[in-house]
Design a protein around this ligand. Sequence first.
Ligand SMILES: Cc1ncc(COP(=O)(O)O)c(C=O)c1O
Length: 373
Amino acid sequence: MNQNFPAWLPLRAELSELSPYGAPQVDVPVRLNTNENPYNLSDELQEALLAEISRCLKDLNRYPDRDALALRQALANSINTSMGVEVDSSSIWAANGSNEIIQTILLAFEGGALGFEPSYSMHPLISKVVGKKWISIPRDDNYEIGAPQIEKAISATEAKIVFITTPNNPTGTTTSLESISKIATALASRKGLVVVDEAYGEFSKNPSAITLIKTHPNLLVSKTMSKAFAFAGARLGYLIADPKVIEALQLVRLPYHLSALTQAAALAAISKQSSLIKDVERLQEAREEVAREIHSMGLKSYPSEANFLLFSGFADSAAKLWEELLNRGVLVRDVGIPGHLRVTIGTRAENRAFLDALKQTAKIRVDHPEVRG
Ligand SMILES: Cc1ncc(COP(=O)(O)O)c(C=O)c1O
């Protein structure tokens, strides 16, 4: 029991064991703990947003387009251009962040859910909230999904929904399309689904699993505008999947779940998305620079294809170093892996502040030279 609820509250017994999602929201100068894009929207994009939103204001007395058709078609066009595939709005669904996508999938489809951990904490949390059994398979020592992990997932027959996060949060490591295909083939033979969570896909040079959907209709790819699109505050996630999957999700989605304002804002952002690419490139370069500096201090960071780094090799506990960095005005994430912390790549100045604070605080675990990067 994590929290004390009064006896008169008829809370479902299984919920009393859970804790709400709670990345600390602390007001400090350098916030590098929730993998947001540090660059705010350009003036041009802000103007486009205002124009699109003001166009829909006169109709705010009406419910929004329940099926968000214009937005789904715009997302389809954008995916077709950037990935060389051919999907239309019937293969796309949009929701309030990819968390809503994940919840809707878990509400619609039967059986237990499985993930390769450490990974995104909301996959098990939402699974448990909707009453599903959660099966956890530990990743290998490099936080990758190797042949033994694939075998375990294939033989966990209770699992009908398998999550693969690539690049993975919080490790930054990736999973090949070959491994994803193998798991999708095995899951198909037991009427199961594979959900590939590509929240950080734009920061990776690996190809998207979207290209596999035609051959594996039981494969669903979840994406978000919260990271590369620098749109976390607007809350827009989207799913690419076989049209029958999208149709099934409509059975459990709430009516008018996506507000007219959100749809308008997302449409404007998509129309200006080419201007965001340079920020993604800047963040990829900065990630490599920060990794080099972490290694030069004698610490280890894991190879990351996302906009964050997981690092280890410091002498103090993760909780102690987290607090010392916070005392110096830098908020990073203690992801619950002993001896590890995660830092989001920020602006040049934020990265400098983080590295300087780390240099001043982190004592190296000299007794463990193998942790050197
Ligand atoms: C792997 C992963 N998936 C999904 C999400 C949820 O993103 P959002 O709901 O903002 O789209 C996050 C957020 O950090 C994430 O790390």
